[in-house]
Design a binder for this molecule. Sequence first.
Ligand SMILES: Cc1cc2nc3c(=O)[nH]c(=O)nc-3n(C[C@H](O)[C@H](O)[C@H](O)COP(=O)(O)OP(=O)(O)OC[C@H]3O[C@@H](n4cnc5c(N)ncnc54)[C@H](O)[C@@H]3O)c2cc1C
Length: 452
Amino acid sequence: MNNHIKELIKKLGKKKVRTEEEYLITHSFDAMRKKFPPEVVVFPETTEDIVKIVNISSKHDIPVTVRGAGTGQTGGALPVKGGILISFTKMDKILEINTTSGTAIVEPGVITYNLQKEVEKTGLFYPPDPASLKTSTIGGNVAENAGGPRCFKYGVTKNYVLGLEAVLMNGEIIKTGGKTIKNVVGYNLTDLLTGSEGTLAIITKIILKLIPKPESRAVARIGFENLSDAVEGVTKIITHGLFPSALEFMDKTAIEEVNSVFPFNYPEQTKAFLILEFDGIKEEIKAQLLKLTNLFSNEKITEIITADKEEDMEKTWEIRRNISGAISKSNLIKVNEDIVVPRDKLVDTVGFVYSLGKDFGIKTIQFGHIADGNIHTNFMITREQQKIIRTVLTKLFEFVVKSGGVLSGEHGIGIAKKPYIPLQLSKTEIELQKNIKKLFDPKNLLNPDKIF
Ligand SMILES: Cc1cc2nc3c(=O)[nH]c(=O)nc-3n(C[C@H](O)[C@H](O)[C@H](O)COP(=O)(O)OP(=O)(O)OC[C@H]3O[C@@H](n4cnc5c(N)ncnc54)[C@H](O)[C@@H]3O)c2cc1C
């Protein structure tokens, strides 16, 4: 047994340090589906345990990678250089929900959905809602700055992170931010660590902002005869005084994929869905739904369904949430991108993706948080097409950047999008970011080979 593993066992106890094959295999992949087994998986229970792990990593020059639930789409939690993998499954406590300050303090391993349910019992609300919320952790959400359908109205994870406790690679514990909404003391390290993909420091506690829970909500699903009408419908909705908390899009292939695995009813001639949620005061929601129905009454739509019962709303959202699961059952290989463009470029972008797919003979599936300009663009490829996918993605990203957009809205860079970073950032900008990494992690041991 290697010295660093012996030392981990000595300092943490055998129960927290696992080298059995079943642990190594089950911690070797995430939703990107590449495999990189670690040498050892460690299950810390306290911040002090993390400090011990980091000190051993530094002393023996062993890479260390952090993992929440492993739902990341870009390989962020993969131990690409082997070494130590830290799993946060045992640091999953909600330490405090304070209704007076409107804050929660949590350990990183808390499942997002579980936190939301506990918070809602108090009359407060934690809005960020990645579609993976029933499995992903708050730590992973913070490290990826996760978004979700509700982010159109409520913003992304970073808008709710007030403060952090984190362990640096020199073994020191830092605290950034705090419970206050306002804080302009020095640089904003909370924002720097949020979205840093586990490459700068290991987050051990998170202070979150909570807001009042909306009294009520309702959902609407609109089917369109033409794809472009659906995309243009977004502007129509927003410029007519409607403010949905979520506004999602599914193209025909996304609808068909879900329907083939989780059947549901919809008019055959539907080419795209918009799914909307409204929240707030009951009467206001009713008025918004009425306005929405009137707004589309003269359009080429195939259906407009509204729901305000929990069960019916859930059924509509399940259709949207089931897309990834349905696509994963395909025999083709899914290459999943999450580009963002300014909303005035949405129609062109969705069209560009179709023509790109057509030109290269690749099936495409598009869906996502359209009101944010964030489209999940999936290329479904055969083994042979793996050779050309880099060319396809380069063309996609060049188009996106030229349109004033970005390579990734929420999934991060990880290892998946690393080759394309120079399409977005200049040499100077990359150098500046690399220097930040060096400052936090001079020996490049924390989640090495990610982003750059
Ligand atoms: C079906 C499906 C739907 C999804 N939908 C969405 C969506 O709507 N919106 C969205 O944003 N994402 C979505 N994702 C992507 C993914 O769920 C998110 O990126 C999520 O935030 C990852 O959380 P996790 O706990 O699984 O983290 P992991 O995948 O385990 O890790 C992700 C990154 O966080 C780092 N990390 C984890 N914990 C810590 C910590 N304590 N300190 C420092 N770094 C840490 C890891 O090192 C890694 O780089 C989806 C994924 C799937 C599979």
